[in-house]
Design a binder for this molecule. Structure first.
Ligand SMILES: Cc1cc2nc3c(=O)[nH]c(=O)nc-3n(C[C@H](O)[C@H](O)[C@H](O)COP(=O)(O)O)c2cc1C
Length: 191
């Protein structure tokens, strides 16, 4: 394995930020169906996080709000839009511990209204990623990264943000695992 320094994967998954997540194990949340049939296309961000964890011996940080969104999609949608419009960034449960230990931060997000989910603004404000290399990865339903890469560069001006990997959220988990694994193997961070 190429030595890129110590890695952390930090990701914001909708499924880990809805309903009462306080007493739930992450695995249970991941497999929880959000009013959809359980399928082999859910949890693709988690699939990619696991690939990074395995291939890069990365630690994992779950970006979770103190107040999760309501489980019901039609109720949560206007809440998130209002947060974006008012720049009312939600509080997070924790900050990254021992941030100074990490050289590379893989950041995973779904694209929301072509930008980062509101909680990511808090994440970047509370975790100073200056001097780090940020590798974005994401899921989408058509917008690819939208404006998220530019936003990460704006929110972490002292970091180096690389090209990222994004995939349609409805792609089969196994296909995501293979495609993302190949992309990660080919990624050169310190040429
Ligand atoms: C509030 C909200 C806004 C979204 N906006 C976009 C968008 O602008 N473009 C897009 O391709 N997908 C958009 N999506 C779809 C998400 O990217 C999609 O929900 C996600 O990739 C699937 O993962 P999930 O099951 O964790 O929601 C949006 C989803 C939500 C909840």
């Amino acid at each position: 394995m190429q030595d890129d320094g110590k890695a952390l994967v930090a990701y914001f998954a909708y499924s880990e930020n809805v309903g009462d997540t306080s007493s739930m194990e992450i695995d249970a949340i991941t497999s929880a169906s959000l009013n959809r049939e359980t399928s082999n296309t859910e949890g693709n961000l988690q699939v990619m996080a696991q690939v990074i964890e395995e291939k890069k011996a990365a630690d994992v940080f779950h970006i979770q709000m103190t107040e999760p969104y309501p489980m019901d999609y039609s109720t949560m949608l206007p809440i998130s839009v209002e947060q974006m419009q008012n720049e009312d960034w939600p509080a997070l449960q924790s900050k990254i511990e021992n941030l100074e230990e990490y050289d590379v931060i893989y950041i995973g997000v779904p694209v929301w209204n072509s930008v980062l989910p509101p909680a990511m603004n808090t994440f970047f404000a509370e975790n100073d990623l200056s001097g780090k290399t940020i590798v974005p990865f994401g899921i989408h339903l058509g917008s690819r990264f939208g404006r998220m890469i530019e936003q990460m560069k704006e929110l972490a001006p002292g970091a180096t943000v690389t090209d990222g990997f994004t995939i349609n959220a409805e792609t089969d988990n196994d296909e995501v695992k293979t495609e993302f694994g190949e992309w990660l193997d080919a990624l050169v961070l310190n040429p």
